[in-house]
Ligand binder design. Structure first.
Ligand code: 5GP
Length: 256
């Protein structure tokens, strides 16, 4: 994972940013290829591994409580809780309108936490993806605005940090950990499978294809179907021809 004091990596320094560009920590993770629709699909296994990759760095911070930013931060936060063994509290803020799939002009706060849940605590703020950084900036600013009634220390953990120029920034003293640095594409997460018109099985298969690992059982079925079609179409009977064709069919079907 990359750990730095919050700015996107491998980009020129941002003039409006409050923080320096951090060192490149080589957190590219397992690079995923975008699907033909331009989106990048992540499986539950990808999510689990990428979140787990942050644990050691986060243990060093020794958080007392996780604040999960809903809805995308909930599952990463829950995975972290198993490792860190600290409570989760939830907040809900929105920058995207799910109903219209469009960007809102400003962050809308749907739910916040009671002051006493954070006062004097070491707080770990968790979200699934840092895109423009607007959401993180909103949450961090609101927590810091509480002053002595707020957290003693604050860190941010995101599963994915998109490598792009950010619209917002985080203060220098905030520890920032990303599970992986990813290209600036739309990421599809497994809990959203139906939102993109897929069953969870289809989603997981798209995620596997993006990793260059097509499902081998699916390849076997495809190869078998190809062979049946070939054998039927060519009208061959049992004999040396079909023997030859069967291997050709399996290999061709698996590649297709
Ligand atoms: P930001 O405020 O950094 O622009 O956006 C953060 C929020 O926007 C995330 O918590 C997430 O809900 C949503 N978001 C931004 N980019 C993506 C993406 O690529 N995929 C998904 N599923 N949500 C995204």
């Amino acid at each position: 994972p990359s750990t730095h004091n919050a700015h996107s990596l491998d980009l020129p320094p941002c003039g409006t940013c409050m923080v320096d560009q951090g060192p490149s920590a080589g957190a590219q993770g397992h690079a995923k290829r975008p699907h033909t629709d331009g989106k990048v699909y992540y499986s539950y296994l990808d999510v689990h591994h990428t979140v787990a990759a942050m644990v050691d760095r986060l243990r060093d911070f020794a958080p007392d409580v996780i604040v999960a930013i809903g809805g995308g931060g909930f599952i990463p936060a829950r995975i972290l809780r198993t490792h860190l063994r600290i409570p989760i509290v939830a907040i809900s803020v929105q920058l995207y309108n799910d109903a219209t799939d469009s960007l809102l002009n400003e962050v809308a706060c749907l739910q916040w936490v009671e002051e006493r849940a954070l006062k004097g605590k070491r707080v770990l703020l968790v979200d699934e993806v840092d895109d423009t950084r607007t959401t993180l900036q909103y949450c961090v600013s609101a927590m810091l605005a509480a002053g002595s009634a707020g957290p003693e220390a604050l860190a941010v953990a995101v599963m994915h940090n998109k490598l792009k120029a950010k619209r917002a920034a985080l203060p220098r003293h905030i520890l920032y950990v990303a599970g992986a640095e990813v290209p600036d594409a739309w990421n599809c997460y497994p809990w959203d499978a139906e939102r993109y018109g897929h069953t969870i099985e289809e989603h997981e298969e798209l995620a596997r294809q993006g990793s260059g690992q097509a499902d081998t059982s699916l390849q076997f079925v495809r190869a078998w179907q190809w062979w049946l079609r070939w054998a039927k179409g060519s009208g061959v009977g049992l004999g040396p021809g079909i023997q030859q064709g069967s291997w050709k069919g399996f290999v061709t079907g698996a590649v297709l």
